[in-house]
Design a protein around this ligand. Structure first.
Ligand SMILES: C[S@@+](CC[C@H](N)C(=O)[O-])C[C@H]1O[C@@H](n2cnc3c(N)ncnc32)[C@H](O)[C@@H]1O
Length: 256
């Protein structure tokens, strides 16, 4: 899933899990961006998460201020912008390629502000009613501190909708899952075409796996992410294992 580039261009940012670590990784998010939506559209597990988010939004009071952190190509913000046209949405995404696609996708929604920044570089008051962060936390430096950053963006009682990849990305497992799903739905010729067009995804997912193995990207169990959220002063309202067991979904409330 992830890679990083600076706001000014496509210069990759080296990620380090700790200052003492000399391990680093680059996942090229900009290269990932162009193929990202193609595979997302064809991945029923990704679509199920979008539906979960839409259903979640329908259960809460309309949030006035929303942050989408690591918003990628804008799929979650698109749902929020449609469901909450009167809300002020802050789309936070450090990668120029990703945010470029998001801007184009969200052009019809005037209520979105774009911030080409990493979460750790945001300086904002604690006014958010809702923070969304999907499949981005694991790629951030010091994720436990980033949870605290998200807590700081929220007003007391505000909500965090968090999904995070926690387990090692098994590229072969995903490839065979998607291949058999697509083949059943669309036939072999179209499946091969989608795989060819989306070949960059497999490359970036392999980079993610390597980053996880070297500890540059965070991996966690259900219990570990729950305890990190609690330590960041969140009350967990809901927790599920999602995305074929690879990810955790948490809905949390910012404690006063
Ligand atoms: C796999 S994509 C997920 C995009 C989107 N949330 C979705 O689910 O479709 C992860 C995104 O996290 C972003 N990201 C990585 N490090 C970040 C950081 N420190 N702060 C904010 N976003 C970051 C990447 O640039 C990338 O676009």
């Amino acid at each position: 899933m992830p890679s990083h580039a600076s706001a000014e261009g496509h210069r990759p940012i080296m990620l380090s899990r700790s200052e003492s670590s000399d391990r680093s990784v680059r996942v090229d998010w900009s290269t990932y961006a162009t193929a990202y939506d193609l595979l997302s559209e064809h991945n029923p597990e990704y679509q199920a998460l979008l539906r979960d988010f839409e259903a979640f939004l329908a259960t809460i009071e309309t949030p006035k201020v929303i942050y989408d952190i690591g918003g990628g190509t804008g799929n979650y913000t698109e749902i929020a912008a449609r469901a909450c046209p009167g809300s002020e949405i802050h789309f936070v995404e450090p990668d120029a390629g990703m945010i470029g696609l998001a801007r184009a996708k969200l052009a019809a929604h005037g209520n979105t502000n774009y911030e080409t920044l990493a979460l750790e570089d945001i300086d904002a008051p604690s006014t958010a009613d809702l923070v969304i962060c999907v499949h981005a936390l694991y790629a951030m430096p010091a994720p436990e501190q980033r949870l605290a950053d998200m807590r700081r963006l929220l007003r007391p009682g505000g909500l965090l909708y968090l999904i995070d990849l926690g387990r090692h990305m098994n590229v072969a497992d995903w490839r065979s899952y998607l291949f058999s799903h697509l083949r059943k739905e669309h036939g072999l010729a179209r499946t091969l075409r989608v795989f060819w067009q989306g070949r960059e995804i497999a490359k970036q997912n392999t980079a993610i796996f390597k980053a996880q193995k070297t500890g540059v990207y965070w991996t966690h169990t259900e219990a570990e992410i729950a305890s990190a959220a609690t330590a960041a002063d969140f009350e967990i309202l809901r927790q599920d294992t999602v995305y074929r067991g690879y990810s955790d979904l948490l809905v949390c409330r910012a404690k006063p």
